[in-house]
Ligand binder design. Structure first.
Ligand SMILES: *[C@@H]1O[C@H](CO)[C@@H](O)[C@H](O)[C@H]1NC(C)=O
Ligand SMILES: *[C@@H]1O[C@H](CO)[C@@H](O)[C@H](O)[C@H]1NC(C)=O
Ligand SMILES: *[C@@H]1O[C@H](CO)[C@@H](O)[C@H](O)[C@H]1NC(C)=O
Ligand SMILES: *[C@@H]1O[C@H](CO)[C@@H](O)[C@H](O)[C@H]1NC(C)=O
Ligand SMILES: *[C@@H]1O[C@H](CO)[C@@H](O)[C@H](O)[C@H]1NC(C)=O
Length: 435
């Protein structure tokens, strides 16, 4: 009896240990697998689940208000290119309410030493009350900050403030060419042109497209979901309309509102800083614009030629060329039945290029080396460490299919330009697959 009991206890104990062991292994394996898939899936690592381990509030949102001010925080980055500073915060500041601020850090433990912030509003505010603003902070000694925030008084209680992460730490993936598309808003639903342009970027060697999304139309929504699942497009939520009054235009006197064009200048700068360490080039153009090499097969060979010739250049200016969509090429060979029901413009049908009016200002877009750029605007860089180079027209131009800019020009006065057709053999099946 005793013997028997002893034996069953022993067996029971063994089974119990085995059971515990199995459960622990399963949990361990499960957490490893889920962690791997979540970090692989989301391009911006989310710390939200871990916030409870911090003694301060952490925001993983794209836009975070600064307490006791009218300003907004967007992102923070390590940036030691300006002497005496370690961190650059990109924000949106109300120009008439800028007060002295103090940088506060979370560096592994709550750190109550603050440093004075240097506030640099961007000069291109187009008259709007709010403007893209950089804030530079020196780090205190012995602080390897993972999160920062701004205070109005150095003595404030940090537990009552919201910190944002320093984004460009521990990034591994490398990219050659990223396109930063500033903003998507309204019910923009130009699906065919969007798909054709994204597929053209791929053929030209772009590895990634970052898009700031306030809102978009239903068909485009489906297309973008697909591209972001595949990893080619990185969607950044941009709910700027929850914080500021917005209008579509870019001139305050005409359109009113708080901030130019849904914060286009903020997002362009954020995009450039977001991957500064891991990027060779950033293309700052709109989604309906294609930076097209005319003498090289793709952007990689274009830049492999230009870079050694211009080693100190950080800003390559590319001239914008309009292809009005009111003129169709006559053969109709790209009026394809499978695209008939897809909303949007078919860029292959528009081959007539306007000559810019050289007696007035004509805008450019840029290919930049982010490490040499400090602040950018839409058509040129505002502050940079390197030089500027205007790429000749026979080497590279922007193909921009849109409403005519010089509408009075007759068809005979436009230039026939079939450069896009050189890519049609690959482009058409790729677009078909995407749709
Ligand atoms: C900072 O922390 C130290 C030690 O925890 C404390 O003695 C000091 O009063 C704090 N200073 C402020 C301004 O909170
Ligand atoms: C700081 O704020 C937190 C949360 O409101 C509070 O619990 C704590 O006592 C405050 N600390 C000081 C030093 O006032
Ligand atoms: C970047 O370009 C180099 C050649 O210039 C190439 O070897 C490398 O694979 C490219 N990287 C990506 C991510 O495409
Ligand atoms: C774009 O933003 C809107 C509004 O937040 C959201 O409903 C939509 O799912 C987003 N689209 C993509 C592709 O991320
Ligand atoms: C394209 O083809 C459709 C159907 O055949 C026709 O209705 C339409 O007019 C054509 N568009 C152009 C620009 O030729």
């Amino acid at each position: 009896m005793i013997f028997k009991t002893g034996n069953t206890t022993c067996l029971w104990k063994r089974d119990f240990v085995l059971l515990i062991f199995t459960v622990v292994m399963v949990i361990l394996l499960y957490s490893m697998v889920t962690e791997e898939t979540t970090t692989a899936r989301s391009p911006v690592p989310k710390l939200q689940e871990k916030t409870d381990i911090y003694p301060v509030t952490i925001s993983e949102e794209s836009i975070t208000p600064i307490k006791n001010t009218k300003h907004l925080l967007v992102s923070a980055f390590i940036d030691r290119r300006v002497n005496g500073f370690d961190i650059r915060i990109i924000g949106i500041f109300k120009r008439d309410s800028i007060q002295p601020l103090h940088c506060s850090f979370y560096c592994g433990g709550v750190f109550n030493q603050t440093t004075p912030a240097q506030i640099l509003p961007h000069s291109d505010n187009f008259g709007y009350p709010y403007t893209a603003t950089d804030v530079l902070c020196p780090l205190p000694k012995n602080c390897d900050a993972s999160h920062v925030t701004l205070l109005t008084k150095p003595s404030e209680n940090m537990s009552e403030h919201t910190f944002i992460p320093v984004r460009n730490k521990n990034e591994k993936t490398r990219f050659n060419f990223t396109v930063c598309v500033s903003n998507l808003f309204g019910d923009y639903n130009n699906v065919l042109q969007f798909a054709q342009t994204l597929e053209m970027y791929k053929l030209l060697g772009v590895d990634r497209v970052v898009i700031y999304n306030t809102s978009c139309g239903p068909d485009l929504e489906r297309l973008l979901q697909r591209y972001s699942q595949e990893g080619f497009v990185e969607m950044v939520p941009w709910p700027i309309d929850k914080f500021l009054k917005l209008t579509r235009g870019w001139r305050f006197t005409v359109n009113g509102g708080d901030l130019q064009y849904f914060g286009q200048l903020v997002t362009l700068n954020e995009c450039m800083y977001r991957s500064m360490e891991r990027l060779r080039y950033v293309l700052l153009n709109d989604i309906d614009e294609i930076i097209m090499p005319y003498k090289h097969d793709d952007l990689v060979s274009l830049m492999n030629t230009l870079e050694p010739q211009h080693p100190n250049v950080g800003e390559f200016l590319i001239e914008n060329h309009i292809f009005p969509y009111k003129h169709f090429e006559p053969s109709g060979r790209f009026n394809l039945s499978q695209w008939e029901k897809v909303p949007g413009i078919n860029i292959l049908e528009h081959i007539y290029r306007e000559d810019p009016d050289r007696s007035v200002y004509h805008p450019h877009k840029m290919i930049v080396r982010p490490k040499l750029i400090e602040q950018t605007s839409v058509h040129e860089v505002l502050r940079r460490f390197g030089e500027r180079y205007k790429v000749p027209l026979d080497v590279c131009r922007i193909i921009h299919v849109r409403v005519a800019l010089r509408g009075h020009l007759k068809l005979e006065e436009l230039n026939e330009d079939k450069r896009l057709w050189d890519f049609q053999e690959k482009l058409i099946p790729n677009v078909d697959e995407a749709l």
